[in-house]
Design a protein around this ligand. Structure first.
Ligand code: IPM
Ligand code: MG
Length: 355
């Protein structure tokens, strides 16, 4: 029986609760589909930092690289300086492990979840491929004359030909696996002229993928289309910052932050899976957070680890529970957190018996 080693960082706020439910589902998937996971549970996050002043020690970071995958619950806490833990843990893993693709599927499972009028599951089924190592996130920033009237603050958007090309290539390959075979480039090259590198790289690669229908939208228009005509999107590729923003919009279109999951990937290497939502400190420990996003992140992780059947089964159970209204939604407080995990586990077992 195959054993996968998984590092688990439950993190801050609601992270531990949703991670607990996600791990229940992972264990059940293993029992049903015949694999095991060996998990190293790592304590990093704000609580650990406040106690020890340790964010993500080098030795722990080195060890992460030796796992098959990493699962992260949520990070962020108002008790510590803005960005400290985010950069110290999430960004460190994204950059340090070179997880250059942030894969964010947006799929509507039931019409009732969608805030847009008259949109059905047939209209909303897309994947945003967010570049994950460059752009305004690359860390190149500074302040001069700090605190004075003359203060200047800068942050540089960094794009490299290699960084842009590899993520666009990934998106073309992904588009090839989907029935519509369509790829949209989302940028703001009319104002951020450095993004002309994206325009040119996209055009160069498009010539190598004549079977893929290509399209382009500026980020402001893309936000508008995402609400007005989400059915126009199949796969879309974009920069780190625009990808961050548009996937929160996408999460709402598919039902809310309680459902949206992501994979931070370096194909062929250790990759990181997490719900898109944050740590929601005000709901921490109350058993009200929706763990569906974390469970969907487990489905993405299973897919990545090669358990396509298990991944499809988990997604299928979530879809069915939402369609049948056994799960009445993915909002905070709609169901107790632990009951959602238990329900998914029970249905996963049932689905397996029916096979
Ligand atoms: C996300 C988050 C992070 C990001 C934060 C926590 C730094 O919003 O994964 O979308 O901006 O990438
Ligand atoms: Mg975000």
């Amino acid at each position: 029986m195959k054993t996968h080693s998984i590092a688990v960082i439950a993190g801050d706020g609601i992270g531990p609760e949703v991670t607990r439910e996600a791990m229940k589902v992972l264990d059940t998937a293993g029992q049903v589909f015949g694999f095991k996971t060996q998990r190293s549970v790592l304590p990093y996050g704000t609580e650990h930092y406040l106690k020890t002043k340790e964010i993500l020690p080098d030795a722990a970071f080195e060890e992460l690289g030796g796992h098959d995958a990493i699962f992260l619950g949520a990070i962020g806490d108002p008790r510590v300086p803005v960005g400290l833990i985010e950069y110290g843990i999430i960004a460190r893993m994204r950059f340090g492990l070179d997880l250059y693709v942030n894969l964010r599927p947006i799929k509507l499972f039931d019409e009732s979840l969608c805030p847009l009028k008259d949109k059905t599951p047939a209209d909303i089924d897309m994947v945003i491929v967010r570049e994950n190592t460059e752009d305004a996130y690359s860390g190149a920033h500074g302040f001069t004359h700090k605190g004075l009237r003359t203060e200047v603050a800068t942050q540089t958007m960094v794009y490299t030909r290699e960084g842009v090309e590899r993520v666009i290539r990934y998106a073309f390959e992904l588009a090839r696996t989907r029935p519509r075979k369509q790829l949209t480039l989302i940028d703001k090259a009319n104002a951020v002229r450095a993004q002309d590198l994206w325009t040119r790289t996209f055009a160069d690669l498009a010539a190598q993928y004549p079977d893929i229908k290509t399209d382009h939208a500026y980020i402001d228009a893309a936000c508008m289309w995402m609400v007005k005509n989400p059915e126009w999107f199949d796969v879309a590729v974009t920069t780190n910052l625009f990808g961050d923003i548009i996937t929160d919009l996408g999460a709402m279109v598919q039902g809310g932050m309680g459902i949206a999951a992501s994979g931070n990937l370096h194909p062929g290497r250790v990759s990181l899976f997490e719900p898109i939502h944050g740590s929601a400190p005000k709901y921490a420990g109350k058993n009200v957070a929706c763990p569906v996003a974390a469970i969907m992140a487990v489905a993405m992780m299973l897919d990545y680890l090669g358990h396509k059947d298990a991944a499809a089964a988990v997604e299928g159970v979530i879809a069915e529970l939402l369609r049948s209204k056994r799960l009445k939604g993915v909002g905070t407080g709609v169901h107790p957190t632990n009951e959602v995990g238990d329900l998914v586990v029970a249905h996963l077992r049932e689905a397996a018996l029916a096979r």
